[in-house]
Ligand binder design. Structure first.
Ligand code: AMP
Length: 122
């Protein structure tokens, strides 16, 4: 599927709508989630046009892949959640509950996060 240039994270990356920025470099932007699901809830997005991890893994350059990974670690560090622990999530597609079709990784932290999946789908 073609990347949707009108998705909300593409607009944030183009500076068309604001975000509560945490970190930015050549490869990634991190900002606080507008509807936090934990005391700390941040999003880290690559700057390139990738809908999900599969597209990123297939099409991003090695520098972009390394850059996103390093940015993620940097943001975890900046948020001060490494010691207490945190959870990384990347929702993908309909079953994954992905709302925004631009690859992003959630950082959730700030207290015990409970079970990984609350709804029993088995
Ligand atoms: P997902 O279901 O993984 O696609 O999650 C998308 C996330 O983006 C949700 O947690 C939303 O609360 C968050 N979100 C949507 N719009 C914005 C925005 N303008 N700024 C920050 N976070 C947003």
């Amino acid at each position: 599927m073609a990347y949707d240039q009108d998705n909300i994270f593409a607009k944030i990356l183009r500076g068309e709508i604001p975000c509560n920025k945490i970190y930015e470099d050549d490869y990634a932007l991190a900002f606080h989630d507008i509807n936090p699901q934990a005391p700390v809830h941040a999003l880290v997005v690559p700057k390139g046009d990738y809908e999900n991890h599969a597209a990123f893994a297939a099409d991003a350059s090695e520098a972009e892949i390394l850059g996103l990974s390093r940015a993620l670690a940097e943001v975890v560090d900046m948020l001060g959640v490494a010691k207490g622990g945190y959870r990384l999530i990347s929702n993908t597609g309909a079953n994954g509950g992905q709302e925004v079709p631009h690859y992003h990784i959630h950082i959730l932290a700030g207290g015990p996060l409970g079970r990984m999946v609350t709804k029993d789908i088995a």
